[in-house]
Design a binder for this molecule. Structure first.
Ligand SMILES: Nc1nc2c(ncn2[C@@H]2O[C@H](COP(=O)(O)OP(=O)(O)OP(=O)(O)O)[C@@H](O)[C@H]2O)c(=O)[nH]1
Length: 195
């Protein structure tokens, strides 16, 4: 099955790092103007595009919106990108576009400024899936997310009940009041986030 996946995100969140990790299994560090080809060992027959900050309607398929745990501004940018993607989708009459929020740099816990709960809350409110990954740390979590993105195209996410939203909001506010962000806060990894 062929899928089009577009990677969106603010500057420096790791769009190239994640894409290169997926395609080559390697974390390179600095990318410059490297050309990417979808020729990876997982036999994932896709069109992949690193697209900067906004979807214009090209390559309808799945959108991976990226932010980084170390930069609050990139988190706000994701919310805007999701909104923009939905508006573009509606105005173009595109039937199905799945959006996944993939937060990168989870290895940098010491400079975390956005909590996992905030990400999950945004995902609940916007009917997206949410993952925290690290391109630097390992290949398999990135591979799994890309495969899940492909699967999401086939399923439409059920609307979330009010109970889940209230529960997530309570988790965010209770934690902030209690102790701010814990230094070594354990956030959901790819493997224990509930879709
Ligand atoms: N620690 C850590 N650093 C990362 C990770 N992913 C990317 N980086 C670093 O973050 C910086 C930006 O990564 P890029 O992949 O170039 O980010 P980008 O979003 O493609 O950047 P632009 O093309 O400038 O928008 C580089 O120095 C990467 O080495 C990660 O998971 N962990």
């Amino acid at each position: 099955m062929e899928s089009n996946i577009m990677v969106l995100g603010a500057n420096n969140v790791g769009k190239s790092a994640i894409t290169v990790r997926f395609l080559t299994r390697r974390f390179i560090g600095e990318y410059g103007d490297m050309e990417l080809t979808a020729d990876n060992p997982s036999n994932f027959n896709n069109s992949l595009s690193c697209a900067g900050s906004q979807w214009t309607g090209a390559y309808p398929g799945s959108i991976g919106c990226r932010d980084s745990i170390c930069d609050k501004a990139t988190f706000s940018a994701v919310a805007r990108q999701i909104q923009h993607t939905r508006t573009t989708k509606d105005s173009l009459g595109v039937e199905k576009v799945s959006v996944v929020i993939m937060r990168n740099k989870r290895d940098l816990q010491h400079c975390r400024v956005v909590s996992g709960e905030e990400g999950r809350l945004l995902a609940l409110a916007t009917h997206c899936h949410f993952y925290e990954v690290s391109a630097a740390e390992n290949y398999h979590s990135i591979l799994t997310v890309f495969h899940r993105i492909k699967e999401y195209k086939l399923t439409v996410r059920r609307p979330v009940g009010i109970k889940s939203i209230v529960k997530s909001m309570l988790a965010v506010f209770t934690r902030k009041r209690r102790d701010g962000y814990r230094k070594n806060e354990t956030v959901d990894t790819l493997f224990n986030v509930k879709g």
